[in-house]
Design a protein. Structure first.
Length: 572
């Protein structure tokens, strides 16, 4: 009995007994503020650096289609985030959504992973900003540090070869901006977003001035398409890389408790930010590939090098300034989101309550800001950039997958006075199946879909579909996931009245799951090992502290005690 009770308590779900809009944080952010938070996270160095790399090595001019496909893939995940933002406008993003949808232990796993992603992302951006700036002055800061402070680690090792004082200072200065409150930090970020968009508009217009459409039309002397030099396969490979340029839109969900009218603000800001970024990336890709032949694009400084080739020195310096402004945006939004993700978990009692305390003056989780600023600054100062960026993708993709799955579960979740999570009455053996599955048949269908997708993705990676073994295994994965999907179609959905709901459920969340699972499967195995170490640390905290201090656990124990008292009173 104890084991059953202990196990079931791991999957207790978050409930909102009070008004879902009530919060200790200050609601002061408009649609523009929240949209700019996401834009600041997505528009950064990647738009200047990643574009050149994908053009040169994977897609050529068809990079514009790569960005379009990647934007659509991100949009599929964004649909789920938007509905959750309308349902539960709370800080915490994927963590809160998973807590509501599938339970506490999974929510902790996702929340702990998201904290890592924000930490690593912040440190990586600060390190990139420092390295980019130092390269403009012939690495004088790095040389001075190594000569006067000493060498920290070996070249290309786990640690950086020098202590990066500039990256350390950047994070501390950005945290000071954040510590002044949500509105002031959002205003600061909004200014940088509009500055960066102005620079991007200048770059796009300048690129159009030098445009040569002959670089897109026709074939080369060797007979290859100028627009598709790597074929459609290259375009799709480029889309997989470009997808990571859109990572960051979910940070606006961490502002759910500080947004005005969040049930409308979060969905609107989600689609505004993603739509704007997709258009900007497509136009930037077009500008670059119309200025110089794709095989002459510099992989690391594509735009600056392209303008230099045309003698446009002013435009080259504008691009350089734009890259720094973009990375500053990334830094501000990452530092804004991280303490709020920590606050959400601490407020639920899953990590130390110290981080849930709200500063009475600034109305922000100041303790979380201070502690994680110090950790971030040290990460940025001592770890090599390559070491940092290897962590960046897996946690985000896992979060996207859980949120998409939770949308499916919530749509089929049993509510009073409706038939949700029940098989449709005309379905054969409906009552028999429900009696066997105890009303959880929709969950089992989702598990079949996920297992089938992993089976298919692993078959493609390990064996391919061109041999018999890979083809048969891939076919089994398709069959399993197909049966699960068909099973969902035979279930009734609940009829909640929301300001925004994902259309075409379960199709859109299922397609999002397919894309995310494929990308997870193709990550470096070493990334999984490092994630395992981080998760082991997290679960030590959860089972040593969070399980016993969980707010939901306290509610359950209080309700159980009340029921016991009532039953004893009745017996008397």
């Amino acid at each position: 009995m104890f084991r059953k009770s202990w196990f079931s308590s791991l999957f207790r779900k978050k409930t909102f007994q009070e008004n879902v809009l009530s919060t200790d944080l200050k609601r002061c952010l408009s649609v523009v503020d929240v949209t700019c938070l996401a834009l600041g996270q997505m528009i950064g160095a990647g738009i200047y650096v990643l574009t050149g790399s994908v053009v040169r090595e994977k897609a050529g001019p068809s990079v514009i289609l790569s960005f379009l496909f990647a934007g659509i893939a991100a949009l599929l995940s964004a649909f789920s985030y938007a509905e959750f933002g309308a349902r539960y406008p709370r800080a915490g993003s994927a963590y809160t959504y998973t807590y509501v949808g599938v339970g506490e232990v999974w929510a902790f796993a996702i929340g702990w992973t998201v904290i890592l992603e924000y930490m690593i992302g912040t440190a990586a951006v600060a390190r990139s900003w420092s390295g980019y700036f130092d390269s403009l002055i012939d690495n004088r800061i790095k040389k001075w540090t190594m000569e006067n402070v000493g060498v920290l680690g070996e070249e290309n090792g786990f640690f950086s070869n020098h202590f990066d004082f500039l990256a350390f200072a950047l994070i501390c200065l950005s945290a000071i901006v954040i510590a002044n409150g949500a509105k002031s930090s959002a205003t600061f970020n909004t200014v940088f977003v509009f500055l960066n968009i102005s620079i991007l508009a200048f770059v796009i217009c300048s690129g159009a001035y030098y445009a040569d459409f002959n670089l897109w039309i026709g074939t080369t002397e060797t007979g290859e398409s100028k627009f598709f030099p790597f074929g459609i396969e290259g375009t799709l490979a480029g889309a997989a890389t470009c997808f990571f340029s859109f990572i960051g839109f979910e940070c606006l969900a961490t502002a759910g408790e500080e947004a005005k009218n969040p049930k409308k603000t979060i969905p609107i800001a989600t689609f505004l930010s993603l739509g704007s970024v997709t258009i900007i990336y497509i136009l930037m890709g077009a500008a670059l590939t119309l200025m110089v032949p794709y095989d002459q694009v510099n992989s690391t400084a594509g735009f600056a090098d392209a303008f230099q080739a045309h003698g446009a020195t002013v435009a080259r310096y504008v691009v350089t300034f734009g890259a720094l402004a973009g990375m500053t945006n990334n830094l501000i939004t990452s530092i804004f989101a991280l303490p709020r993700a920590v606050y959400a978990m601490a407020a639920d009692g899953l990590i130390f309550e110290f981080f849930a305390k709200i500063n009475s003056r600034f109305k922000i989780p100041l303790n979380a800001v201070i502690v994680f600023t110090i950790i971030n600054a040290l990460f940025a100062a001592i770890f090599d950039l390559e070491t940092l960026i290897e962590f960046l993708s897996i946690g985000t993709l896992m979060a996207y997958s859980f949120v998409s799955g939770c949308i499916i579960l919530l749509r089929y979740q049993t509510h009073e006075n409706n038939n949700s999570n029940k098989l449709k009455n005309w379905f054969p053996l409906a009552k028999s199946i429900e009696s066997v599955t105890n009303g959880s048949s929709a969950l089992y269908c989702l598990l079949m879909i996920v297992a089938g997708f992993f089976w298919l993705a692993l078959s493609v990676r390990l064996a391919g579909l061109t041999n018999v073994v890979g083809f048969v295994n891939g076919g089994m994965g398709v069959l399993l996931s197909g049966l699960g999907f068909i099973g969902l179609l035979f279930h009734e959905q609940n009829d909640d009245d929301m300001s925004f709901k994902v259309p075409l459920v379960p199709l859109i969340p299922v397609v999002s799951l397919l894309i995310n699972i494929f990308m997870i499967t193709f990550l470096d195995p070493l990334t999984w090992v490092r994630l395992f170490v981080w998760m082991a640390i997290g679960f030590l905290i959860y089972f040593g502290y969070g399980y016993f201090h969980s707010s939901e656990g306290k509610k359950q124990r209080a309700n159980k005690s009340f029921s016991t008292i009532c039953s004893e009173t009745i017996k008397m």
